[in-house]
Design a protein around this ligand. Structure first.
Ligand SMILES: Nc1ncnc2c1ncn2[C@@H]1O[C@H](COP(=O)(O)OP(=O)(O)OP(=O)(O)O)[C@@H](O)[C@H]1O
Ligand SMILES: [Mg+2]
Length: 345
């Protein structure tokens, strides 16, 4: 008979459908019992979708019965509360904050932070009170985009006072943790702290808080989406096929945790290689719109390559705030209006 640990090793090979994460790290495996008559695996299901659970149960049965010496396998599924009702536990609303909007991307460098910053500014320009949180400690580009270099004040009650920039409130854990420390802490620790950090900010009354999630759809993103009560997710992509593949993952991630996908934004029609600086030209247009249609989520629009957008980002002069009549700024306001309407705020 195998040990529970050996069984766990096998279970780690089973991917959660639609996510780049296995069922063990997802926290689905609650217990493994090895007895004479066979192996019992206790799963907790984070979703109510029966077909997903069924698929996982099948895979667990197949994988455990393939281990030598296992006479029989039983899989018990304990239904976890659905993500929405689970909000009562660690998944909390942020006091004073009406809506939380997360900007995600399947991969890095697609302009997620650029979209998050300019979208936050566009929402503010529509007369809403807006906060912006950079949840990407490893690539804190938002700080540069909004020019956040001062020290953050802490109140007597040990709450964090966000910085004010261009009429929005901004905070990032990167203002407290240098890059080196963040790298040492890498992984779950940072994300866990980060979601707690988010609740310790003196946001005041906000109509909308925009979260710039770290790129990808792995553990870090999931942790945040599981802990913070999100009202909507936006996925930023570029038009090339490879990026579009990740859009599926992004949508799957939000859907798994019960967060409405507000839509897909297609940014840039070329890929700028971050290592060699080469510009790989021009990919077929319209992939984002097609895919959004296919997956049943709104398409929020295409954003062109605008040099001022990059320059603005590099010099803490975000385009929407600096040049509100620029075509990109107009686009951003349209996207902002759609997002607000979808979140009813
Ligand atoms: N539409 C655009 N036109 C021109 N430049 C852009 C556009 N969108 C983003 N950029 C530039 O591309 C670079 C990458 O953008 P950004 O930092 O927003 O991407 P990201 O997805 O947040 O990346 P990371 O994975 O590093 O967090 C930046 O220099 C940004 O100014
Ligand atoms: Mg970024």
């Amino acid at each position: 008979m195998p040990t529970p640990n050996e069984i766990l090793t096998e279970l780690r090979k089973i991917r959660y459908p639609g996510l780049s994460r296995d069922i063990v790290s997802f926290g689905m495996v609650k217990d493994i019992e090895v007895a004479q008559r066979g192996v019992t695996v206790m799963l907790s299901a984070p979703t109510t979708k029966p077909e997903v659970i069924e698929r996982i149960v099948e895979e667990v049965k197949r994988s455990v019965s393939a281990i030598e010496g296992v006479p029989a396998v039983e899989v018990n599924v304990e239904r976890a509360p659905t993500p929405r009702s689970a909000a009562a536990l660690p998944r909390q609303p942020i006091p004073g904050v009406k809506r939380v909007l997360a900007v995600a991307s399947g991969k890095g460098g697609v302009g997620k932070s650029t979209v998050a910053v300019n979208l936050a500014l566009a929402i503010a320009s529509l007369g809403r009170k807006v906060g912006l949180m950079d949840a990407d400690v490893y690539g804190p580009s938002v700080a540069m985009m909004v020019g956040a270099d001062e020290r953050v004040r802490i109140t007597e009650a040990r709450r964090i006072v966000p910085l004010e920039r261009f009429g929005i409130r901004y905070v990032s854990m990167a203002l407290f943790v240098d890059e080196e420390t963040a790298i040492i802490w890498r992984g779950p620790m940072v994300t866990k702290l980060e979601s707690e950090f988010l609740f310790n900010v003196e946001w005041g009354d906000l109509d909308c808080l925009v979260l710039d999630l770290p790129p990808g759809t792995g553990d870090a993103q999931l942790t945040i989406t599981q802990r913070v009560a999100l009202d909507g997710g936006i996925i930023v992509t570029t038009p090339q096929e490879i990026a579009l593949l990740d859009v599926r993952r992004g949508i799957a991630m939000f859907r798994e945790v019960g967060v409405p996908v507000l839509g897909v934004v297609e940014n840039l029609s070329y890929h700028l290689c971050r290592k060699c600086g080469a510009r790989h030209e021009i990919f077929a247009h319209g992939g984002g719109a097609r895919l959004a249609g296919e997956l049943g989520v709104p398409f929020l629009g295409e954003l062109p390559i605008v040099r001022e957008l990059r320059e603005g980002g590099d010099h803490a002069r975000p385009l929407v705030a600096i040049d509100p009549e620029n075509s990109m700024s107009i686009r951003m306001r349209e996207i902002a209006a759609q997002a607000l309407a979808a979140m009813k705020v």
